[in-house]
Design a protein around this ligand. Structure first.
Ligand code: 0RA
Length: 659
């Protein structure tokens, strides 16, 4: 770290160029977050974000990232090329300076539309410091330049390699240092594709390609519509209110505001706010400005058009955001990232910019598209009515004492432990399996809630209907967390909620319905890692009185092989004409069709005993993809669901669904 005191009268350009790279190798986590998977991939971001900046500035039109077969990564663009002239502060070329000096922020040399992410995009030197080797090639005015580094130290000097018949641009090749990235130095193609797809959405008109030389996979993205295409993508499979997406791009003072909005007929809100292409998951001033303007503009329109009567209350923000899909992208010269994960935009002026743009242009959009406006307002009015009905239904349920934790559902066989951390809730399909589970369980820590029949599909029902469904109300009461705006994770009575259903199509369907409920209405329970799927065995193999359980076809085959090998070793005569089951000495092989076929002891041994059981933790790795999959599986476009299920018919397993 720089020891010297910085005089406040220095401007940014003077502060920038003072530090070498030693601190980066000493404390890499400070610069890239971690030295694991995330940190490793952050290297690509640091380099590629510069190319994106060059595209935003209007100079680069193409960006390519190639994962090389030898473990390196090559990132190139057709921008202006990093300057190779002498940098006034260091006496080195600007190129070498950019790669060897740790600087505080902002692009060197300026020029063009100065927007960089502020957090990212200034870190080429950080990547250099953490690479065993880095090669930079620049083409400027048909001249090719090249310079090479090892662990951030210049090897030789900048070489002028002569004339080349090629457009201007920058190429960086780097090899992550395994002594820093001890966990892994293997890049994940999927991560790169996902990251670049998003960058392509956020930078319209730029052509982005990805190549994996290890497998020869490749993909390319180009979105003429930018964030408009992104909104369209998020609404795939949903019935949209209108194909006509609201879109605006406007410069205010030194900032850009870009917004795309499209409503769909679900009850879910997806709004993604970005600042300088960084997803600000914690929101911030741009989101606040967007929300307040959206609520005001829609209420004004509803009043003006008579859709909202004089004596009726204003529509609330929640009413207006049902079925809303929107992207907000602001670009500003000096973004302030705040919050726990530095993912909240703090610049106060941005609220005003976004409000101003929305007030003006979203009002135009409604005036010019009265049919769309009528549908949006109609949806919000319905939501308001449903909200009132839900409140009445909930008050009714609460009045009956049904939702509060004091009265537990009659069907629940609770555990005796009062410590949520030690307690588990088994949600069991069917009364008969529920009975076995009740007698087989460890009643100290395991509670059983049998569910009868199908759970309501919450993807297609509002809260008022959900609260009219006995199975769902029982579950909410047993869990102790409440629902919707009364949801409170601190009431959770069990830290493991285990879904135990038959290993067949109906069982998977019930499990999916339950996961939809958790995903849509109790998201924190999923994010907290509290939801699990029990995996009951598919086969029971008996050798006289000895029992073996197999959880898959492969496992069954492996047990048979092992038994045959054991018998051979013991010198038991085996008739090669017998089938393998007989060769193995198996006296009975049973395929379980459902949990109901197991008695209490078997259920305990195979599926509930913490020592033997197999649990799959339900995680949401990529919320966007999960949302799309839930839409496909549980929404009302039958053709999409059919295509999805048919395409996965053989491989349908929940880990693959990312849920
Ligand atoms: C500083 C000044 C100029 C371009 C760049 C940096 C630049 C940096 C990167 C990093 C990756 N690709 C890049 N492309 C350009 C402009 C200098 C001029 O006026 O020509």
């Amino acid at each position: 770290m720089a020891k010297q005191k910085i005089d406040n009268s220095y401007d940014a350009s003077q502060i920038q160029v003072l530090e070498g790279l030693d601190p980066v190798r000493k404390r890499p986590g400070m610069y890239i977050g971690s030295t694991g998977y995330d940190g490793l991939h952050h290297l690509i971001k640091e380099i590629a974000d510069n190319c994106v900046d060059e595209a935003i500035a209007g100079f680069a039109t193409k960006i390519n990232v190639t994962i090389l077969a030898d473990g390196g990564v090559k990132v190139s663009d057709d921008g202006r090329g990093i300057p190779v002239d002498k940098h006034p502060k260091t006496g080195l070329s600007t190129l070498e300076t950019a790669l060897t000096v740790l600087h505080a922020g902002g692009k060197f040399g300026g020029g063009g539309y100065k927007v960089s992410s502020g957090l990212h995009g200034v870190g080429s030197s950080v990547v250099n410091a953490l690479s065993t080797k880095l090669i930079a090639e620049v083409v400027r005015d048909n001249q090719l330049y090249r310079i090479e580094f090892a662990q951030g130290v210049t090897q030789g000097t900048l070489q002028k390699l002569g004339k080349i018949d090629s457009v201007n641009g920058t190429t960086i090749i780097f090899y992550p240092d395994p002594t820093i990235f001890k966990e892994t130095v293997e890049f994940d193609y999927k991560w790169v594709v996902n990251y670049l797809r998003h960058q392509a959405y956020l930078t319209k008109g730029v052509y982005v390609s990805v190549v994996d030389e290890r497998t020869n996979e490749r993909e390319a993205f180009y979105f003429e519509g930018g964030i408009q295409s992104y909104v369209k993508h998020l609404n795939v499979g949903k019935e949209v209110v209108s194909e006509n997406i609201f879109y605006v791009e406007k410069q205010i003072e030194d900032s850009m505001v870009e917004i795309a909005v499209q409503y769909n007929d679900t009850y879910v809100e997806i709004v993604k706010p970005f600042a300088n292409n960084v997803l600000t998951a914690e929101g911030g001033t741009h989101l606040v400005g967007f929300r307040s303007a959206l609520t005001r503009v829609i209420n004004d329109y509803a009043r003006k058009s008579g859709l909202l009567k004089e004596k009726e209350d204003n529509l609330t923000g929640d009413d207006i955001r049902e079925g809303l899909t929107a992207i907000i992208l602001v670009k500003l010269p000096d973004p302030q990232f705040e919050g726990q994960t530095k993912a909240k935009l703090g610049n106060p002026e941005v609220r005003r910019y976004v409000e101003q743009v929305m007030n003006e242009y979203f009002s135009y959009y409604l005036d010019e598209n009265p049919n769309v406006a009528k549908q949006i307002v109609g949806k919000a009015l319905l939501a308001a009515r449903a909200r009132k009905a839900a409140r009445a239904a909930r008050d009714n349920v609460i009045r009956k004492g049904a939702l509060d934790g004091m009265s537990l559902p009659g069907k629940l066989a609770d555990c005796s432990s009062k410590s949520p951390a030690d307690s588990e809730l088994y949600i069991v399909e069917g009364d008969s399996a529920g009975g076995s589970a009740k007698s087989g369980r460890d009643s100290k820590t395991q509670a059983i809630l049998p569910l009868r029949g199908k759970v309501l599909n919450v993807e297609r029902a509002r809260l008022d209907r959900m609260l009219g469904n006995n199975e769902i109300v029982s579950l909410i009461r047993a869990m102790g967390v409440g629902i919707s705006d009364q949801f409170d994770i601190s009431g959770l009575r069990y830290h493991r909620i285990i879904i135990m259903t038959d290993a067949d199509v109906d069982g998977s369907h019930i499990a999916t319905l339950l996961m939809t409920l958790f995903f849509r209405y109790m998201r924190e329970v999923v994010d907290g890692g509290h939801i699990y799927l029990a995996k009951p065995p598919l086969f029971l193999l008996r050798v006289n009185t000895k029992k073996y359980y197999a959880y898959s076809d492969d496992e069954r085959d492996a047990i048979v092989d092992r038994l045959i090998a054991e018998r051979t070793e013991k010198g038991i005569k085996i008739d090669p004409n017998d089938d393998r089951t007989k060769q193995a000495g198996i006296t009975m092989l049973q395929r379980y069709k459902g949990l109901g076929e197991m008695d209490a002891e078997q259920l305990w041994d195979t599926t509930m005993n913490p020592e033997n059981r197999v649990l799959i933790q339900v995680r949401v790795e990529d919320a966007e993809r999960s949302d799309a999959i839930f839409t496909k599986l549980m929404g009302d476009q039958v053709d999409l669901r059919k295509a999805f299920i048919q395409s996965r018919a053989k491989s349908l397993n929940l880990e693959e669904l990312d849920v």
